[in-house]
Design a protein around this ligand. Structure first.
Ligand code: SER
Length: 311
């Protein structure tokens, strides 16, 4: 195997911390360079190299890629759905320009591979609500969803036109405890766990019967690494793959938490994020990911809750 040198952009975020640690296990600590605008996350401290980097500064990014001899980039820096609605221009600029900077550098420096996450947020109110297929009507209504959908087609374009081997997954809501999430609509689930443990009560910003596709972080990290390790000729999707693990509502999650914390109390006060959630599918058909590269989830709602409560 050729020696890889991997740059993770957005390494201090919810996905970045755990993905950086998983990549360091595989490729060796010194071969995975963590970078972020923010300070280095506590969990990463002492585990490998860190550089302070702004993905919007293309020249600085390019210099780092050359100086460090980077062969692969994982671009995780983004503004999520709920925060994006508060500042649409900022979300569009960061989510789009960040990706275009990375794709251009990957092309110029002939990088081996690039990873960039998309999301279930690409789907909109006209997409099928249940078992939403890989290829379907896609009319997103959030700026985050629009940026992810446009980004998927930029990835497809750079692959077909310039041969940049960029790969992508449409993540569902991701649940984790190691590093805090930031500004997502599905993050109610993480808040519910934290509040259940600390306060034994939680006021949810979505209605009790709002079903959304969700995934536990270890599954998401494994999916990402499995996709990146798949031989290129097995991949039929160069926009972004649907992946699915579980679908539940706030009431389902509250019931599951109550089986561990019987006196947990939940109340509901939906806000602007309800409209975002309503525009997304409740469950996803990921049969293409399953047949192309063997995707299969390991965590159900029950198993995930058990681990979240005991951490
Ligand atoms: N978890 C994301 C969000 O809620 C969806 O990709 O914004």
């Amino acid at each position: 195997m050729a020696k890889e040198k991997i740059l993770v952009i957005g390494a201090s975020g919810q996905i970045g911390v755990e993905l950086t640690m998983a990549l360091r296990e595989i490729y060796g600590n010194s071969n995975v360079i963590a970078s972020d605008l923010r300070e280095q996350n506590e969990l990463l401290r002492g585990t490998g190299p860190y550089v302070s980097l702004d993905v919007m500064n293309k020249e600085m990014l390019h210099v780092q890629v050359i100086r460090q001899g980077i062969t692969q980039i994982y671009l995780l820096a983004a503004i999520l759905s709920a925060t994006g609605e508060k500042n649409p221009n900022l979300a569009w600029n960061l989510n789009m320009q960040g990706l275009l900077n990375v794709l251009d550098i990957a092309r110029e420096e002939k990088l081996q591979k690039v990873y960039w996450p998309s999301s279930i947020a690409v789907f909109g109110p006209t997409s099928p609500k249940t078992n939403c297929p890989q290829h379907t009507i896609i009319e997103p209504t959030t700026v985050y969803g629009i940026s992810k959908f446009a980004g998927e087609f930029w990835c497809n374009y750079y692959y077909n036109r310039f041969g940049v081997d960029v790969r992508s997954l449409r993540y569902p809501g991701l649940i984790s405890y190691k590093s805090a999430p930031g500004g997502g609509t599905t993050d109610y689930s993480i808040e519910m766990f934290m509040q259940a443990k600390e306060e034994k009560q939680y006021q949810c910003f979505l209605q009790e019967d709002t079903y959304l596709p969700m995934m536990y972080m270890p599954d998401a990290i494994r999916a990402t690494i499995e996709l990146m390790e798949t031989p290129s000729h097995n991949l039929s999707i160069r926009t972004s793959y649907n992946i699915h693990a579980m679908s539940f509502s706030p009431a389902d999650l509250a019931d599951e938490i109550k089986s561990h914390i019987p006196d947990f109390k939940i109340s509901y006060q939906p806000d602007y994020r309800q409209a975002i959630a309503n525009s997304w599918p409740q469950s996803i058909n990921d049969s293409v990911a399953r047949s192309d590269w063997g995707w299969k989830e390991q965590y159900s709602l029950k198993r995930m809750t058990n681990e979240m409560i005991n951490q």
